[in-house]
Design a protein around this ligand. Sequence first.
Ligand code: DP6
Length: 335
Amino acid sequence: LTKQEVVNRILAGRKQKPGKAGRSFAAANIALCKYWGKRDDELNLPLTSSLSVSLRTKGTTTSLSVSERADEVLVSGEPLSPESPVHVRMRGYLDLFRPEPGLGFVVRTESNIPLAAGLASSASVFASVVLALDHLFGWKLQLPELSILARLGSGSACRSIHPGFVEWEAGRAADGMDSHAVPLPEQWPELRLGLLLLTTQAKPIGSRPAMKRTRETSVLYAAWPAQVEGDLRNLKEAIRDHDFERLGRTAEANALAMHATMISSWPPVLYWLPESVEAMRKIWALREGGLALYFTMDAGPNLKLLFQASDEARVAAEFPGLEVVAPFGGGSVKS
Ligand code: DP6
């Protein structure tokens, strides 16, 4: 099945006449149990389910309109060259939604999170593009359908359709109609995430080829589905019970297990820089000293810290410049 066939199924009977403009915001999301490995590369169907928390206020706003000219993509007001990888990828995605061949789109994205630095994936970009398209065309799609369309842009984007804790159910269907995000009802106002920017250096390999290489060459990848199964159970119970230590421990172990599968790939995939390892050791030392502080990491060298509002001042003092996010709102205690 192709992406276009899935899009056609979802949009069957919907209006194809665009309005003047569409605009929408989607928050970035950080996985506590990672999506790593696909069962279908075309449709971004995962081998396992995953679970994330939305960054609420940190993400991407996209404005969209149609034009008689070729596609224009502007990031923070700066037009991208049509040869740039982001432009090429966006164009390929927009091809799925053109009401008439030859009609172009003007896409303006503004993100309040450093995307290129690998602090967040392209998730909030694709999710906000899908929401803006829905707005532009007046489709009024259901949330599972919006999540599926976002997944076709980037897997993790399907989770950025919802706020709060979100599970992406892997599904089993070949067309992926059962592979979309589902929000969890629990709120956790005391939960804090810290974005620790260690470097803005470009990463050596993107998450898409890295995940494919891992699945194809890592001997440890065979253990990954069982790891995920246990971690998902632990995370859901930790969220239900507001058991922070269990949440943190599970998220950190899950991220390290994912990186272990990457490191055991060939050629090896290692996103860690000396600064990443230094930060890990510092977190472990602080934890030894009694601070309930954990981390997670994605396909890049930067870390995301997990802690509670009551420790915010201490954590902020240990990591100057840390960007603190309250995923469920709740007054942050500034140091
Ligand atoms: C490490 O969603 O960027 O951030 O589906 O190929 O676009 P594609 O991959 P992508 O991968 C994200 C991987 C991750 C873990 C996660 O967010 O779950």
